[in-house]
Design a protein around this ligand. Structure first.
Ligand code: SF4
Ligand code: SF3
Length: 552
């Protein structure tokens, strides 16, 4: 029997599955505990959904469901003790909900009543390997059913992440929660056929669109409409705090608490787009972005010299000789043994005083690059430039757009994306979002009539912007089908947020998407054929060959 089994990300061992230890650094104990947690989360969803049907909604349960599932996303949480706390918290919540249900005399689904999902208990004496085998990925023997169940689950993980950020800004949707719970329960329903599960995969994409739209509204109302912005990538003389991850409410609080302290704030990786929002860029001490995509952190945190705050993934377990461990703080669903966890109070406020005091004692960051990069092309800014863009398309100055949103990661095969960007015909504009952009956003690819050739909409969830832009272009050009537009899709994926983005694009009817650098291990051969036949979804090949396919 395997020590563990996980195949949810692009770096999974041999593109089959991590069975001894995660390539990401997740050990077998944490992996198995996460399997248990996912099972517990489904049990909570079972009761919560029944009560929801009867208009009984519990805010703390909603928050738990998102936060707990989010903690199982790749590179979010490596702390087994914290995962156990989530498990115990879930079992307590499930019991509470069961009592509530008893009081209301509502019956739970007879199919699940008395089942393990409804009654499961956990304690330290449980054999984790046995347990994970019974309730983890490999519980499903049929590989197509397994594939469909896991696609849904990973889509829901991505949905939970985006839903969590929106919730942090007090934006929520009962309809999304309702689907989220129902789909979680469905992944345990042995009566669902492959056809029904396939439909659920596409429905997950619909709610992917909804959750990204919700988060877009939340971010825009809290921080203004992203606008074209030049971001400094050099450093100043003051000590700094580096903030990473995706949660914009967290950076806003950090900026408020550091104002006037003499500390500068820098963004890392997916926090770069914070600079594009008026209500965040107005802080003079938000001085720049330090470094590149998440996996460079093992060297970049060394030279940053000051404290680092993680609001979400991607965390990388430090090397043995790392000197920065006592400078790292985590928040929300993230955790790593030995790194300090910052707590939020009952009003959701974070106390950054410890981070600020530490920063004051640290050296200022060591410069690793200089200059600026430009971004801020979410749908609002693109619409403001619409006339110029449409004119460039009509005159033939812009021949095509290529959406290259998604994730970056370590594998050397990802050099493909930098090479692909460099070799693109000069009349092609890259539309990007997510950390994938770090492969080509510093290549100085120039502009077309003042329109930069790399338009960065923001974080991975801002891929939604490209769907909105595509729909707008369809209207402007009076096209019958979104696929008739001069837009191609070459998406780089890594973790499960990319899965919900992909499902959302499929739901919107976008065809012929290329994904890479490899096809997901969790997509079985039959499911891959179905996606290929129905949507033209395919993998990447070589740069030259793909350029031929896209531009000949
Ligand atoms: Fe392996 Fe990815 Fe799972 Fe980590 S998250 S254990 S690398 S499949
Ligand atoms: Fe990156 Fe982790 Fe996916 Fe939000 S930070 S895109 S990989």
């Amino acid at each position: 029997m395997n020590n563990m089994f996980c195949f949810q990300c692009q770096e999974t061992s041999r593109n089959q599955g991590c069975t001894v230890m995660g390539v990401c650094g997740k050990n077998d104990e944490v992996s198995n505990l996460q399997d248990v947690l996912i099972f517990v989360v489904k049990g909570v969803a079972l009761y919560s959904n029944k009560l929801r049907q009867n208009n009984k909604i519990y805010e703390n349960v909603n928050e738990y469901l998102y936060r707990a599932l989010f903690s199982t996303i790749t590179n979010a949480n490596f702390d087994g003790e914290e995962i156990k706390e989530y498990i115990y918290e879930g079992i307590k919540l499930r019991k509470f909900l069961a009592k509530e249900l008893e009081n209301t005399k509502i019956l739970i689904d007879s199919k699940f009543e008395g089942s393990r999902l409804a009654t499961f208990e956990f304690d330290e004496s449980c054999d984790l390997v046995d347990l994970a085998h019974e309730i983890g990925v490999l519980r499903t023997e049929n590989e197509d059913i397994r594939s469909l169940r896991e696609i849904i689950l990973y889509g829901l993980k991505g949905l939970s992440a985006y839903g969590f950020h929106a919730l942090n800004l007090k934006f929520e949707s009962n309809e999304i929660f309702d689907f989220f719970e129902k789909a979680l329960i469905a992944t345990e329903d042995n009566d669902l056929s492959a056809e029904k599960l396939t439909n659920l995969v596409f429905e997950t994409g619909k709610f992917g669109v909804d959750v990204m739209a919700l988060l877009d509204r939340a971010n825009n109302s809290a921080f203004g409409t992203p606008e074209m912005t030049k971001v400094n990538i050099g450093v100043g003389k003051n000590p700094g705090i580096l903030i990473s991850g995706h949660d914009l409410k967290d950076i806003k609080e950090l900026l408020e608490q550091t104002e006037g302290t003499g500390i500068d704030v820098y963004t890392h990786s997916e926090m770069l787009p914070a600079h594009y929002y008026p209500e965040l860029k107005k802080y003079k001490h938000l001085v720049g972005n330090y470094g590149n995509a998440w996996y460079h952190q093992t060297t970049e945190f060394e030279t940053f010299n000051g404290p680092v705050v993680f609001t979400t993934n991607c965390l990388v377990p430090p090397k043995k000789n790392a000197t920065y461990n006592d400078r790292i703080f985590t928040l929300n669903a993230t955790g790593l043994p030995g790194w300090k966890k910052l707590k939020t109070d009952e009003n959701g406020k974070i106390d950054f005083s410890e981070v600020i005091e530490l920063a004051k004692k640290c050296k200022s960051p060591t410069e690793i690059e200089s200059g600026t990069i430009t971004g801020g092309f979410a749908h609002g800014q693109v619409f403001a430039l619409a006339d110029k863009i449409v004119e460039a398309v009509k005159s033939g100055a812009i021949k095509k757009f290529i959406v290259m949103s998604g994730c970056d990661a370590r594998q050397t095969t990802r050099k493909y994306y930098a090479e692909f960007a460099k070799k693109l015909p000069k009349d092609v504009v890259i539309l990007t979002s997510g950390c994938a952009k770090f492969r080509y956003n510093k290549l100085n690819l120039g502009d077309i009539d003042g329109i930069p050739r790399v338009l960065d909409a923001g974080q991975c969830n801002d891929s939604y912007s490209w769907a909105v832009v595509a729909l707008k272009l369809k209207e402007i050009f009076n096209a019958n089908d979104i696929n008739d537009l001069p837009i191609e899709f070459n998406i780089a994926w890594y973790e499960q947020k990319a899965v919900i983005v992909l499902l959302a694009l499929l739901y919107l009817g976008i065809k012929n998407i290329h994904i890479g650098p490899t096809l997901p291990a969790f997509i079985s051969k039959n499911v891959a054929s179905l996606l290929n036949e129905q949507f033209g979804l395919t993998g990447i090949t070589t740069v030259d060959n793909d350029l031929q396919i896209f531009f000949s």
